[in-house]
Ligand binder design. Structure first.
Ligand SMILES: Cc1cc2nc3c(=O)[nH]c(=O)nc-3n(C[C@H](O)[C@H](O)[C@H](O)COP(=O)(O)OP(=O)(O)OC[C@H]3O[C@@H](n4cnc5c(N)ncnc54)[C@H](O)[C@@H]3O)c2cc1C
Length: 315
């Protein structure tokens, strides 16, 4: 499939980028690595008049250590996967990044693009409701259930990450947990004139044991059909703090809010890990895909959560 026609804009600073976004708001799409945007444009899911290629904004690349960790939105998933610092202090993020797509796509794909990944509106190859009224995936429903399928956001939610958003009005900063709406076709709180610029990891989230587990058809490349991130800190054999988040089974990546309370102060055993798995499975609302049944995907959330909790408590 060929690309629709568009005008390419290539800013070299954030200021220039947000100026373009304001000028063409509603008729412009941001291109970071392009690994998701370009296939979506080929499928005519989007036909913007302008494409804003932000890859030349050098200040948005790289990982900086300070009172908190700052990751530029254009940092590639490969850099995150191989960062010695992240692997040591924020292992759940490095592991989640390492499972995205394939090595070539991780070289191109960015963390900002992964956070902003468009929800999966796939009826028969692409979203048939895009220009129509009937949803073939959830007929009869009033809400769009398009699934969010990014791998790094559940890890970032467990780490209590914040994101910085730039516009011509300046910068704002929000917890990532407030970024997603839970509604498939308007899945993120990002205005048309705004750009995600940085991700921040608090020092307080460092050095948790972290695990990411993912279900996919082909282990070498595919999107998650279910994903679970767990972080956990212990003291004297008991859980001091824990967080759990799931992805690819709802229109947003979701923190399981009751999980910390269930785990804290306890020694992890199989029964406790199973109970946390049941809790996570209840939150998952997968729909039918061409590949696997919703029941199987929900069951895998339960199984992966149990395994991830046990692994995080024992490694
Ligand atoms: C075969 C294949 C397999 C894949 N498998 C996986 C997988 O297993 N897991 C997974 O998570 N993803 C997967 N992906 C999707 C994609 O490769 C990754 O999510 C990647 O991280 C997207 O980053 P990008 O920089 O390429 O985003 P882009 O394609 O450039 O952008 C993605 C979306 O985010 C917007 N955007 C990008 N950056 C910003 C920003 N800074 N501010 C505001 N909006 C922005 C774009 O406008 C676009 O709508 C797969 C893709 C393919 C083609």
């Amino acid at each position: 499939m060929s690309l629709p026609e568009f005008r390419l804009l290539r800013p070299s600073t954030v200021e220039e980028a947000v100026r373009y976004l304001s000028q063409h708001a509603g008729n412009i799409r941001v291109l970071a690595g392009g690994t998701d945007l370009i296939p979506s444009m080929r499928q005519r899911l989007f036909e913007p008049e302008y494409v804003l290629d932000i890859r030349h904004i050098g200040e948005l690349k790289g990982i900086r250590q300070g009172a908190e960790v700052e990751i530029g939105a254009l940092t590639s998933l490969t850099v995150i996967e191989h960062s010695e610092f992240l692997r040591r202090h924020y292992p759940v993020l490095a592991e989640a990044a390492s499972t995205v797509a394939s090595p070539l796509l991780r070289n191109m794909g960015t963390i900002g693009g992964n956070i902003c990944l468009v929800t999966w509106r796939k009826g028969c190859g692409f979203c048939i409701k895009k220009d129509g009224d009937l949803c073939h995936v959830a007929p009869g429903g009033s809400k769009c259930w398009a699934v969010f399928s990014g791998d790094t956001p559940p890890a970032l939610l467990c780490l209590d990450a914040h994101i910085e958003i730039a516009s011509s009005a300046g910068l704002r900063r929000i917890p990532l947990r407030e970024f997603y709406t839970g509604i498939g076709d308007s899945y993120r709180r990002l205005e048309a004139n705004e750009l995600v610029t940085r991700i921040f990891l608090p020092a307080a989230s460092a050095d948790y044991r972290g695990i990411y587990r993912k279900l996919r058809i082909r282990g070498s490349i595919d999107y998650p059909l279910a994903g679970v991130a767990v972080v956990l800190k212990r003291s004297n054999g008991h859980v001091k703090d824990a967080r759990l988040a799931i992805t690819a089974v709802n229109p947003a990546p979701m923190l399981i809010k009751a999980a910390p309370q269930m785990l804290e102060g306890k020694a992890v055993d199989t029964n406790l890990a199973e109970a946390v798995g049941d809790l996570a499975a209840k939150t998952a609302k997968p729909l039918t895909t061409s590949a696997l049944t919703p029941e199987y995907r929900r069951e895998m959330i339960r199984v992966f959560t149990k395994r991830a909790v046990l692994a995080a408590a024992n490694n």
